[in-house]
Design a protein around this ligand. Sequence first.
Ligand code: NAX
Length: 328
Amino acid sequence: MSTNTPIRVSVTGAAGNIGYALLWRIASGDCFGSNQPVILQLLEIPPGMERLQGVIMELRDSAFPLVHDIVGTDNPEIAFNDADAIFLVGSRPRTKDMDRSDLVAANGPIFVGQGKAIDTVASRDVKVITVGNPCNTNALIASANAPSIPPRQFTAMTRLDQNRAVGQMAERAGVPASKVKNVFIWGNHANTMYPDPRCGTVDGQSATDLFESDWLQGDFLDIVSTRGKAIIMARGASSAASAAAAAVDHMRDWWQGSNGHIVSVAIPSEGWYGVPEGIVFSFPCRCENGEIIVVDDLPIDTFTQSKIDENVAALLEEREAVSELLGN
Ligand code: NAX
C-alpha cells in the first residue's frame, strides 16, 4: 500500500499524553509503512497550543525522514484538510471522580464540530479511528455529523482491550504476546466489553483448551475489563503509551491488512449478529485491501450472547443520551 506521495495524517489532542506517544510511532513509519511519507496535521484547543508548539519542536528535533511537513492548529478545518487518516484522540480523560455519563456529557459535543469539519474538508476515502472516550459513541456522533462520508469509515478503538487480553494470556501461558492470535473484543470500550477466547490460539493451541473456563470467565474477564481503572489507580493517570500502541495497531492493520488474523474493530453495525444498525460496536474483523470485513459467521453460545446483549443495551443507552448531538 505504500507510495512515495505523502499522506495527510491528522491527530487531535496532539499535545496530550496519548498524542505524545502516538506521534513518534506514526512518524517513524510503524503505522503506515517504512516507505510512506506523512504530513502531520495536529489539532489542539487554544489552551493546548503552547504545549503543541513544544511537541512540534521535538518532532522536528527527531529528524524523521518520513515526516515531510507538520502543521499545528486549533482549527479543525485546517487539521482535517484532505486528511487520509484521522486519529480522534482529543477529549477529556476520565478522572477518578467521573462516571461514564459525566464523560459522555463532557466529550460528546467535541465530536459534533469535528464530524462536520471532516465532512467538509477530509479526503472522501478518509479512515477515522476514535480513541477519545466514550469512543464508540463519540465515533457515532462524528459519523452522524459527516453524512457525506460512509459510516464504515468511522471506527472506534477496542484494540487496547484486545491487547490487554492477549497480554494476560501470554503471561499466564509463559509465551511472548506474538504467540497469541485471534482473541477479539465484542461491544463497547467499557467494562461491559467481552474478550472472546473461542477463536484464540496460543502457540497454535486452542485458548479454550489451554485455559480453564473458570479463569476465562472469571479473573481473565475481570482483569481485562477493569484494566483501565487499575492503570489509573496505579499511575494516577489513564493509559497512554499502551493506548497509542493500540491505535497504531488498529490503523496499521486497516491500512496494511491484518494478514488474515481476526482483530477487534468497533464499527457502525450493519445488523451483524443481531446488533442494531448504526451503533458502533466492536466485532471480530479482518482487514484486507484497506477494507474492514466483519467476520459474520461465528457460532454464538449462550454466554457470548448474554455479553453481546449487555453491550447492546449499554450502547443504546449511550446513543439515547446523545440523541440531540446526532443531527436528526
Ligand atoms: P490528555 O488530557 O493528556 O490529552 C488530551 C488532549 O486533548 C489535551 O491536550 C487537550 O488539550 C486536547 N483536547 C481537548 N479537547 C480537544 C478538542 N476539542 N480538540 C482537540 N484537542 C482537544 O488525555 P489522554 O491521556 O491523551 O487521553 C485522550 C483520550 O483518550 C481520553 O478521552 C481518554 O479517556 C481516551 N482513552 C481511550 C482509550 C481507548 O482504549 N479507547 C484508552 C486510553 C484513554 O483512556
